[in-house]
Design a protein. Sequence first.
Length: 250
Amino acid sequence: MAGNASANMRRILRTGTTMRKGAGARFTSSSVTTDLQRSDVFYTSKLKSNSGKTKATKAIDKSLRACGLGYIDLYLIHSPLGGQQMRRESWEAVVDAQKEGKLKSIGISNFGVRHMEELLGNGLPDPAVNQVDLHPFMTRTDIVAYCTRRGILLEAWAPLVEGMRFNHSSLTALANAYNKEPAQILLRYSLQKVGERVRCSGLSNLRACSRGSSPCPNHRARGRIVSNTQLYDFELRKEEIEHLDSLNEG
């Protein structure tokens, strides 16, 4: 299995293939390499819907076969839709798959405080991650506070606000002050959001990153991908973080 996974991964990277299979997992790379190891890649997949434990187990196995990587680094329940019972059964299936070694880390996506309280009230393990839409224009203070207390990493989906606010005066002013791009200001904000700077390179140790929010930007252009990593030579001041928080619209 390990040999096949490694060969499959190298083939994907050489050809720059984008995979969209199973429960919606995606692995994209424009790299051309022949010596990449499985541990160099962090692969995430999701459970599309909550339809009972049996279907969730089948969906996990389908995603695992489709990716061909031997195991999935992070597996998320995509949404809380389906009701409390179906959410619980989905989470039970995900927890079982982690125990079997199919999934390294497990989490949820788009879960509010009520959904998390219901889920974790069943005596099941806490998720490592909650992936939610999170940025200065949608700060979700209740979810941030709850996840921080429970040690759940917040993965900020769409931290760049899908590019729709790059011309906002507050972002352009900070970008000019730090000689950075608005996208880099938004990503730096995500890293500092909970009050302690974290560096979650590859999310290899999810629990170690649980004091901040890990931004999850998405781009195909190599230049933009590189730019999105150039975040560690500056730090936003406390008053600048507070000002960005004040832009919340949600």
